[in-house]
Design a protein around this ligand. Structure first.
Ligand SMILES: C[S@@+](CC[C@H](N)C(=O)[O-])C[C@H]1O[C@@H](n2cnc3c(N)ncnc32)[C@H](O)[C@@H]1O
Length: 321
C-alpha cells in the first residue's frame, strides 16, 4: 500500500477508535480485548495487516455504512434473515445464537430485537458494532476466527456466518474455522453460512478486467486456490457430525438492485490502491474502467450468485437412527 502509516495496537475498542478518529469521524468507546491488531491506513481508510490475517476489505466506519446498506439489499433478495428451521425455537426463547464476523452487527440488532427471549453474541476481529445502542440480549466479543474462538464446546444453538469465509484460504476454512464452528455448536444446533460466488455472469470487458484483478488481489493475499464457495458443499456433506445439509441459491441481477451497483463501485474503489500496485495503470484510467464497468452491469444484465448453506449437528439419538 503506497504511502501508508502502520499502527500496531494491542487493540482495545478505545485504541481502535482513536485510529478511526484520525481517519474518519470516530465514536464512543468501551472495554478491552486481547486481540492483537496491526492496522494500516491507506487513503484515509483503515485495513487489517496482521501477519496471519489477510482480510482485504477496509475495517472502518465507511465499511460499516456499506455493510448496513447491504444488509437491507440482502433482506430484499432473501425476504428473510435466515434459512435454517430455527424460527419456532427462537420464538420460544433461550436460544444462544452466534454471528461470526458480525461486522457492524446489523443482522444481530434486527434479530435481537425480533427475538427478545433469545440471546445473541457477535464476534469480529474489530469492534465495528454500535456499543451505544446494543439491546440487553446482545453481546459483542472481539476475537480472531483464525484462532479457536473463546467459548466452551457446544455453547450455541445456532451459528450464523455471512460473507466471511471467502476472504480466507480454503485450507484455513477447512482445517481451522469450520471445525471450530462445529465445536461451538450444540448437538441438534444449526450452522448456516452465506457466501457469494467469486464470479459474475453476463459480464462486459471492463467488468471482466476488474474481476480478473480481484482474483489477483485474493491470490496476493494468500486466498488463492479453489474458492471457499466451491468447497463449502463438501465441507458440509462430508462431515460426520452434520446432517440435513441444505442450500438455497439466489441469482441477483445488478440491474434489479441499484444498491448492488453502489456496492460494486465501493468494493473496487476500496481495492483501487491494491490493484494499482501490480498493474501499470494510472489512477485516472482505473476510475474510467470502473465507471465503464458500472454501466456494463446494467447493459449486460450482469448477475451474481449468493448461497445459504446450512445443516444440523448430529445428536447422540440421531446417530442411532
Ligand atoms: C464482509 S464483512 C461481513 C460482516 C457481516 N457478516 C455482514 O454481513 O455485514 C466481514 C467481517 O469479517 C471481519 N473479519 C475479518 N477477518 C476476521 C478475523 N480474522 N476474525 C474475525 N472477524 C474477521 C471483518 O472485520 C468484517 O467485519
Amino acid at each position: 500500500m503506497g504511502a501508508n502509516q502502520s499502527i500496531r495496537l494491542k487493540s482495545s475498542r478505545k485504541q481502535y477508535q482513536s485510529c478511526q478518529r484520525k481517519n474518519s469521524r470516530g465514536s464512543q468507546d468501551s472495554g478491552d480485548s486481547n486481540v492483537d491488531l496491526n492496522l494500516v491506513t491507506s487513503n484515509g481508510r483503515i485495513f487489517l495487516k496482521n501477519s496471519n490475517n489477510e482480510y482485504l476489505l477496509a475495517v472502518d466506519d465507511i465499511e460499516a455504512d456499506r455493510l448496513h446498506k447491504r444488509h437491507h439489499t440482502q433482506w430484499h433478495v432473501w425476504k428473510s434473515h435466515f434459512s435454517s428451521p430455527v424460527k419456532t425455537l427462537l420464538n420460544l426463547g433461550n436460544m444462544n445464537v452466534l454471528d461470526v464476523g458480525c461486522g457492524p452487527a446489523t443482522w444481530l440488532m434486527d434479530m435481537a430485537t425480533e427475538y427478545p427471549q433469545s440471546h445473541f453474541t457477535g464476534v469480529d476481529i474489530v469492534p465495528l458494532y454500535p456499543a451505544d445502542r446494543m439491546p440487553d440480549n446482545l453481546t459483542f466479543i472481539q476475537a480472531n476466527v483464525m484462532e479457536d474462538l473463546p467459548f466452551e464446546d457446544g455453547s450455541f444453538d445456532y451459528i450464523y456466518v455471512n460473507d466471511l469465509l471467502a476472504y480466507f484460504p480454503g485450507k484455513c476454512c477447512k482445517e481451522q474455522i469450520f471445525p471450530d464452528l462445529l465445536r461451538l455448536l450444540k448437538p441438534g444446533g444449526w450452522l448456516e453460512i452465506t457466501e457469494y460466488e467469486r464470479k459474475l455472469y453476463e459480464t462486459g470487458p471492463n467488468t471482466e478486467f476488474l474481476m480478473d484483478k480481484l482474483s489477483t488481489v485474493f491470490h496476493n493475499r494468500g486466498a488463492s486456490g479453489i474458492p471457499v464457495y466451491e468447497i463449502l458443499p463438501d465441507l458440509f456433506q462430508n462431515d460426520d457430525d452434520l446432517i440435513e445439509f441444505r442450500r438455497e441459491d439466489k441469482f441477483v441481477k445488478y440491474c434489479d438492485f441499484q444498491l448492488t451497483i453502489s456496492e460494486f463501485t465501493y468494493v473496487f474503489s476500496t481495492l483501487k490502491n491494491m490493484i494499482l500496485e501490480f498493474t501499470s495503470m494510472n489512477s485516472a484510467k482505473y476510475d474510467e474502467i470502473l465507471s465503464c464497468a458500472c454501466k456494463e452491469l446494467l447493459k449486460h444484465k450482469t448477475s451474481f450468485h449468493v448461497t445459504r448453506f446450512y445443516a444440523q449437528k448430529r445428536t447422540k439419538e440421531l446417530q442411532l437412527i
